[in-house]
Design a protein around this ligand. Structure first.
Ligand SMILES: [Zn+2]
Ligand SMILES: [Zn+2]
Length: 343
């Protein structure tokens, strides 16, 4: 079957690999749609996220959906023929973190598209059937692939424990930021301030629940948000950028005893923090690691039309042209929000 492999930074090529056979408990998914994620960009451009480095050619991709074509022994045969959104993380189920309900930080986690594990930029994936969530009729494959990043947003907002009427800042208005803004609004956040370095993303964000959006290049993030909140700061700040600067900015725009939720992946091992500012305000700084049992809610939010994922997918490429999708996202070209690879 066809697969797209990463060979070196900005060098991805079409290759041929063996089609997988579902093992017991697995479903064979004919991949229909794969989203290009911001985290993929670190591998695409640098071959690494912090100390996690690609050492041999690797298939990227982890946000995906498809049709179950067959199931292995002990997997539910009712899945066959269904379109599924696939939760990509497969935890070990045995470590202390799995046993205590924190499977997203499992120390033996399988996660596709990050070294050493191949991802799903290919025609078929054999996957644990328990990770395959059938999607309701009418949900497109692109929407189903967006369930994965939406689950991240749902988890981030759940970690923020938002109260009705609160204010929030979303730093970084890419797909994760736009999904987080929408979910935060649904959960009761009244006003969302957003910042990004790209004018087209600032403009687009108004369609996704961001009330006041600014270009962080021309409007100082801290000055602007502090002014807009009469010097108080927001109740919750979400860092949804791919930047070493935004964790610190999130702290600085948060009000005393507020919460900072850090979702973004800067790609470095250490980022600067305004420790005095955060300590004086007794902030709660909470990192977000992907998602934790959030697929069912994410599917429901899309199925009921409460969250718009489909218009965030602005570009689509066939598998053979997946390298163009990555180049497009890396360059913030053609007003791209999310690019997807559709088979
Ligand atoms: Zn992702
Ligand atoms: Zn585990």
């Amino acid at each position: 079957m066809k697969a797209i492999k990463w060979f070196a930074p900005r060098d991805m090529r079409l290759t041929d690999i063996e089609k997988p056979v579902p093992k017991p408990h697995e479903a064979l998914v004919r991949v229909e749609s794969i989203g290009v994620c911001g985290s993929d960009m670190h591998y695409y451009e640098d071959g690494a996220i912090g100390q996690t480095r690609i050492t041999e050619p690797l298939i990227l991709g982890h946000e995906f959906a498809g049709i179950v074509e067959a199931v292995g022994k002990d997997a539910d045969p009712a899945l066959v023929g269904k379109r599924v959104a696939v939760e990509p993380s497969i935890p070990c189920g045995e470590c202390e973190w799995c046993r205590t309900g924190h499977y997203n930080v499992c120390t033996n986690l399988f996660f596709p598209g990050g070294p050493p594990y191949d991802g799903v930029l290919c025609e078929y994936a054999a996957y644990d059937a328990n990770n395959c969530y059938p999607t309701p009729d009418g949900m497109s494959a692109q929407e189903a692939a967006m369930i994965e990043p939406l689950a991240v947003a749902v988890h981030a907002v759940e970690l923020a424990r938002v109260q009705r009427g609160e204010t929030a800042a979303v730093l970084g208005l890419g797909p994760i930021g736009l999904l987080t803004a929408q979910v935060a609004k649904l959960k009761g956040i009244e006003v969302v301030y957003g910042t990004d370095l790209h004018d087209y993303r600032v403009a687009a964000s108004k369609r996704y629940g961001v009330d006041h959006a600014y270009n962080a290049e021309t409007s100082d993030t801290v000055e602007t948000i502090m002014r807009e909140t009469n010097g108080r700061g927001v109740d919750v700040a979400f860092d949804a950028a791919r930047s070493s600067d935004t964790p610190a900015l999130a702290c600085r725009v948060t009000r005393p005893v507020g919460r900072c939720i850090l979702i973004g992946i800067s790609g470095t091992e250490e980022d600067p923090f305004p420790v005095s500012n955060a300590r004086r305000k007794e902030l709660t700084v909470q990192w977000c690691r992907r998602f934790k049992s959030n697929f069912p809610e994410a599917i429901d939010l899309v199925a009921t039309g409460k969250v718009d994922v489909s218009s965030i997918v602005t570009h689509s490429f066939p598998l053979e042209r997946a390298p163009e999708a990555f180049a497009l996202v890396a360059g913030f070209s053609d007003n791209v929000l999310k690019a997807s690879v559709d088979l």
